[in-house]
Design a protein around this ligand. Structure first.
Ligand SMILES: Nc1ncnc2c1ncn2[C@@H]1O[C@H](COP(=O)(O)OP(=O)(O)OP(=O)(O)O)[C@@H](O)[C@H]1O
Length: 248
C-alpha cells in the first residue's frame, strides 16, 4: 500500500528577479514499511523535497497524497492535523527543549495534539527501551551525548505512531560510530516495526541501510536503485558509491 506519494512536485523560490527551480517535477511513491534514502549533490533539492512532503513548506505545483488523502484538497487546519498525526520529523540538529527531560521532550507531540501523556505510558516505555534510553528518561538534553539526544528526538518523532518518519541528515552531526548506531536503529524500526522512513543523506554508509535510494540532480530524480536484493552492507555501500561515481 502506498503511504505517501508526490506527483510532479515543483518548488520555485523567487529571489529578486531570479527564479530558482529547487524541485522541477518530482514524482515518488513510497510504500508502507519502505525505507527510502534520498541522495544527490548539494543544492539538488533533497531538503526541499523532504520539507514539502512533511508540509513544512508549500509546493509551487504538483500534488502530495498522504495516507490516501490528497493534501491540496484540505484546508490548512485539516492538512496540519493530517500531518501531525501521520508524520514524524528528525533533523540533523535535535531541536530538543533544554528545560525538559528526555521523557518530557518525547511526550511533547502528544501534548500539542491535546492528548494525555499518562494514557501513553506503555508506548513511552516501549520507545525508551527501543532507543536504549530507559535509564536516561529523566535527564535533560545537556546531560546527554549527541547520539543520545538524537535518539530522544527519534522517540519524540515516533510517539504519535506516525505512518511516515522523515529524517533530514539524521547522522550529519554525529561521529561515524554514533551515526552508525542511529542508522542501525532506523534499520531496525523499518524491519521490525514496518516503519516507513524517508531519509535525506550525503553518506553512502547511511543510505546503505535503506531499501531504495533515490538520486536527485537539479531538482529532478536522476536515478533510483533498489538495495533489497543485496545481502551484505559492504556491497550495498559499494552499489551506492558506484552510482555516485558514475556521474562524476
Ligand atoms: N528558502 C529558500 N529560498 C531560496 N532558495 C532556496 C531556499 N531553500 C533552498 N533554496 C535553493 O533551492 C535549491 C535546492 O536546495 P535544497 O536545500 O533543497 O538542496 P539540498 O539538496 O538539500 O542541498 P544540501 O545538500 O546542500 O543541503 C538550492 O539551489 C537552494 O539554493
Amino acid at each position: 500500500m502506498t503511504v505517501l506519494s508526490a506527483s510532479d512536485l515543483r518548488k520555485i523560490y523567487e529571489i529578486g528577479k531570479q527564479n530558482v527551480h529547487a524541485l522541477d517535477g518530482v514524482s515518488l511513491q513510497v510504500e508502507e514499511g519502505e525505507f527510502v534514502a534520498v541522495m544527490g549533490p548539494s543544492g539538488s533539492g533533497k531538503s526541499t523535497l523532504l520539507h514539502l512532503l512533511g508540509g513544512l513548506d508549500q509546493p509551487s505545483g504538483g500534488d502530495i497524497t498522504l495516507a490516501g488523502i490528497k493534501v491540496s484538497l484540505l484546508s490548512d487546519q485539516e492538512a496540519t492535523l493530517l500531518r501531525r498525526r501521520n508524520i514524524g520529523f528528525v533533523f540533523q540538529f535535535y531541536n530538543l527543549l533544554p528545560t525538559l527531560s528526555a521523557k518530557e521532550n518525547i511526550l511533547l507531540p502528544l501534548i500539542i495534539d491535546g492528548k494525555k501523556p499518562r494514557d501513553h505510558e506503555k508506548r513511552l516505555q516501549e520507545l525508551l527501551l527501543r532507543v536504549g534510553l530507559s535509564d536516561r528518561a529523566d535527564h535533560r538534553p545537556s546531560e546527554l551525548s549527541g547520539g543520545e539526544q538524537q535518539r530522544v528526538s527519534l522517540a519524540r518523532a515516533l510517539i504519535t505512531q506516525p505512518k511516515v518518519l522523515l529524517a533530514d541528515e539524521p547522522t550529519g552531526n554525529l561521529d561515524s560510530r554514533t551515526g552508525n548506531q542511529v542508522m542501525e536503529l532506523l534499520g531496525e524500526l523499518s524491519r521490525d516495526l514496518n516503519q516507513t522512513i524517508i531519509m535525506v543523506t550525503h553518506d553512502p554508509k547511511a543510505a546503505a541501510h535503506a531499501d531504495r535510494v533515490v538520486f536527485l540532480q537539479d531538482g529532478r530524480i536522476r536515478e533510483e536503485i533498489s538495495l533489497t536484493g543485496i545481502r551484505s552492507m559492504q556491497k550495498k555501500v559499494k552499489s551506492v558509491l558506484s552510482r555516485i561515481e558514475s556521474w562524476e
